[in-house]
Design a protein around this ligand. Sequence first.
Ligand code: ADP
Ligand code: ADP
Length: 232
Amino acid sequence: MITFEKVEKVYESRGNKVAALNGIDLEIKEGEIFGVIGFSGAGKSSLIRCVNLLERPTSGRVIVDGCDMTSLSVKEVREVKKNIGMVFQHFNLLNSKTVFDNVAMPLILAKLPKAKIKERVLQLLDFVGLADKADNYPDQLSGGQKQRIGIARALATQPKILLCDEATSALDPQTTSSILQLLKKINKEYNITILIITHEMSVIREICDRVAVIEDGRIIEEDTVFNVFSAP
Ligand code: ADP
Ligand code: ADP
């Protein structure tokens, strides 16, 4: 579902070059929950952002659902991106908009009819267990609730892929667990492929099928979670 081929990412700032990804080869299969774990600065964020072109790889290819993202036109990329939802560490909700409007945003951008938007948003809020919060504002919600709204928004366009960028790192352990169970439910019920980046081993252990360990922009290990964590 997502293939990285020799992906390199070099940032240039003030004349300095920083190589964040040094030849990533990775294959994430349809329907799996795949985790990438590594320390801060290892390249996790750069890696996940190359999937939906929030960052463009310096070289190499990223193939999403059969489409080579790096060779598509702007218009084609926009189409493929409807198949990719993203969840962020700090939720990235619009604080001046209600919960309803936050979740509706991708559907408004996709120009869905109003009645359809309402139906879909209410269904999504029900799915994440926050149907009663539609008229609230994000700052009236707990962290866990904000992330549930972030997840509902990410699912609005019915994507095939969900990208989770440290989605539970700002949450306490109990809330983390409830969000991870929600992600598992999304994976099982809708067969959505999930790519998670995290620095937390517990996240990988709790829901991932396979894991890759990233260090200095290179994958140093890749296997089932069972094999990686039970190795002597
Ligand atoms: P992680 O998510 O694992 O913390 P990142 O992908 O954010 O890793 O960063 C990998 C490396 O790339 C780090 O050395 C970081 O400082 C550098 N980096 C990330 N983004 C930029 C940027 N926009 N400009 C310059 N360097 C960056
Ligand atoms: P979650 O498990 O979803 O994170 P919490 O257990 O943290 O939820 O919150 C329990 C209740 O407290 C929620 O119903 C929520 O409405 C309320 N609550 C939590 N944080 C806030 C806040 N910052 N402002 C208003 N209400 C809050």
